[in-house]
Design a protein around this ligand. Structure first.
Ligand code: DGY
Length: 323
């Protein structure tokens, strides 16, 4: 029996590419470059299975041409880049990569939180510039993290992992979540709040919601106005969850102390106002970016594809309920 044909939109870590070559006939040798819409469309049209990344927008028109495609494995936990309804209507299984990136993303959230509160990026740039003339009692004073209140918007896997890490900083946790958590499912010390109350009370607000129509601009000028002027916003979820122009405005007017951002509304473009602000730390969407995690994400994609090509259910299907 001939091996299924696999389209991979972007170069994945070596061990994933090796495994993919061993198990499938690769339609293409992917590169690090972002593929054009035409290239993705052709890949989806000609392959039995595909791995796409969060930067690949896969819409209904593209899926309409994907007549032999059985599975689209998204190399991410979020799948807002795919028209799920269109895939479902065509019987294409869509999968994601949950769990394996939870801890890496939670770690990076903390890296941003600490960096923005303790002015880590700014301090690093200062030392490198050669301008540092020595220790001073009043120099580059930041904000304590320990003992403060951390507000988590979206208490899913990553939100919970971020909250767990706060124990070492003796922080209070409050959270808002649309999904009810059964008693005993999450720590009883974490206080559930309505989002406006969380925004009013938290010293650090960290966002962990998926991007959906209802979370688009979840944090805009009204929500930012509720936050304390001493508070910090951290976003490692999806850029469009925050209305960037409103965030820039709040930061410029000192209605917010700072922000740590790993994701942006129009990646890779960054609102020019953000680049000029020293009270923000900006990262190029590194949430899951450790070698081990990116390998595990690739292996999960391959496992899902193997299952579907063998006629078995995909372990991480996200459109299961509708197919
Ligand atoms: C995801 O999987 O959604 C992450 O953003 C990838 O880094």
């Amino acid at each position: 029996m001939s091996r299924p044909t696999l389209y991979i939109s972007r170069l994945l870590p070596d061990s994933v590419m090796t495994a993919a070559r061993q198990q499938f006939t690769l339609l293409n040798e992917p590169s690090e470059a972002v593929p054009s819409r035409e290239a993705i469309t052709a890949g989806l049209r000609e392959a039995d299975a595909a791995i796409c990344t969060l930067t690949d927008r896969v819409d209904a028109a593209m899926l309409a041409e994907a007549t032999r495609l059985t599975i689209l494995a998204n190399y991410a936990v979020g799948y807002n880049n795919i028209d799920l309804a269109a895939a479902t209507a065509r019987g294409i299984v869509v999968t994601n990569t949950p769990d394996v990136l939870t801890d890496s993303t939670a770690d990076l959230t903390w890296a941003l939180l600490l960096a923005v509160a303790r002015r880590v990026a700014e301090g690093d740039a200062y030392v490198r510039s050669g301008a540092w003339s020595g220790w001073a009692p009043t120099h580059m004073l930041g904000t304590d993290v320990w003992g403060k209140m951390l507000g988590i918007v979206g208490m899913g896997r990553i939100g919970q992992a971020v909250a767990q890490r706060a124990a070492g900083f003796n922080m209070r946790i409050c959270y808002s979540s649309r999904t009810p958590h059964a008693r005993g499912q999450i720590s009883s010390q974490w206080e559930q709040r309505a989002m406006p109350d969380l925004l009013r009370d938290a010293d650090f607000v960290s966002l962990h919601v998926p991007l959906t129509p209802s979370t688009h601009h979840l944090i805009g000028s009204r929500q930012l106005a509720l936050m304390k002027p001493t508070a910090f916003l951290v976003n490692t979820s999806r850029g469009p969850v925050v209305e960037e122009a409103a965030l820039v405005e709040a930061l410029l007017q000192r209605r917010l102390a700072g922000a740590g951002l790993d994701v942006f509304e129009q990646e890779p473009d960054v609102h020019p106002g953000l680049r000029d602000l020293r009270q923000v730390v900006l990262l190029p969407h590194l949430g899951s970016a450790t070698l081990a995690t990116r390998v595990r994400m690739g292996m999960i994609c391959l496992e899902n594809i193997t299952a579907v090509c063998a006629g078995r259910p995909a372990p991480n299907q996200v459109n299961r309920a509708q197919t």
